[in-house]
Ligand binder design. Structure first.
Ligand code: CO
Ligand code: ZN
Length: 331
């Protein structure tokens, strides 16, 4: 599984440009899904199982896009100015390396920041080693992601875009491990989450589920001096979302998720996230409304090039998802 994590986090795919990562995931699931399709927004949708007995149609959503940068202007000297795709903190950029979808690599430079002041995106630029606008291989509108290799620290794993490739790994593993299910399950590897849950919005409409689960990362409250008190911690288990800023998980579904975890002896923690959203919102608000919940993986340093998760949390999230999808869902 670790090699799958590495492959997924090292494949670029800023929001709207998920074609490479989609191909990698399609390859990984092709032997395990009953049917695979790609919709207009580029969501990869894999069906497993058919409805029987008390089964329902379930949507599981893990987003495969990542935060990135888009070129807005190339100077005569060949420097690239850029805007953000999704939530980019300028503090995490300086000195970082980027990889454009056309294969061009570069570094992020900074200028004009007063001592003691925090940089803005407008203080930053990308240097790809070009000497003029003419020999710059990047054009306006080209996109890049951060480039950083997977780091295995044993129990803890670090990479750019753990948000949300670790959830894609969880969905892929669940798809592989489910042996018997009464449900018709649609695993959606969604696009454009970081710019506003856009892929999951059309995917949920198309799948028309009876119930849905997002899988995503959430913040941790276990660093030296967290500014906001948060109960989640690395290694404390799969996080069951109660709410985030985008939706309130269906309380009946939260209770069912908790009971499922307890009955199966799967370590879990409850998550209340005050800022940030997930595909759960898009599922909940589709058509005339759908009961939706979310399994979260607690993650440190979200939206930096070094996002850290706990290997046991990942395994426990897979176990919980498999359990949830293998038996009748009681609300
Ligand atoms: Co994110
Ligand atoms: Zn995410």
């Amino acid at each position: 599984m670790k090699s799958l994590v590495q492959k997924l986090v090292e494949t670029p795919g800023p929001s709207g440009f998920e074609y490479e990562i989609r191909d990698v995931i399609r390859e990984a699931i092709s032997d395990f899904a009953d049917e695979i399709r790609v919709d207009t927004l580029g969501n990869l949708i894999a069906r497993k199982g058919a409805k029987s007995g008390k089964g329902v149609r379930v949507m599981v959503s893990a987003h495969i896009d990542e935060i990135g940068l888009m070129a807005t202007h190339i100077s005569e000297e060949g420097f690239i100015r850029f805007t953000n795709i999704g939530g980019i903190n300028p503090l995490t950029c300086y000195g970082g390396r980027v990889l454009f979808m056309n294969g061009t690599r570069g570094v992020i430079g900074m200028e004009g920041v007063e001592a003691g002041k925090t940089p803005k995106l407008s203080n930053l630029f990308i240097d790809v080693g070009a000497t003029s606008k003419e020999d710059c291989p990047v054009k306006v509108g080209n996109v890049c992601g951060f480039e950083r290799p997977f780091l295995d620290l044993g129990k803890r794993w670090v990479a750019k875009s753990m948000d949300d490739r670790i959830a894609a790994v969880i969905a892929i593993e669940a798809l592989k491990r489910i042996e018997k299910t009464p449900h018709e399950i649609f695993f959606v590897f969604s696009t454009q989450e970081e710019v506003g849950l856009r892929g999951a919005t059309t995917a949920a409409y198309g799948v028309d589920p009876d119930v849905g689960f997002a899988v995503d990362v959430t913040r941790s409250g276990d660093t030296p001096k967290p500014s906001a008190k948060m109960a989640t911690a690395l290694g404390d288990g799969a996080a069951i979302k109660v709410r985030d800023a985008s939706f309130i998980a269906d309380p009946r579904l939260v209770d069912f998720m908790v009971k499922t975890a307890e009955d199966a002896d799967i370590p879990y923690q409850l998550e209340v996230l005050e800022a940030g959203g997930t595909d759960g919102r898009a599922i909940q608000l589709t058509r005339s409304g759908v009961p939706a919940g979310c399994i979260s993986v607690v993650c440190r340093y979200i939206h930096s090039p070094s996002e850290m998760v706990d290997a046991d949390d990942v395994e426990n999230s897979i176990k919980l998802l498999v359990k949830l999808l293998s038996n009748e869902i009681v609300l």
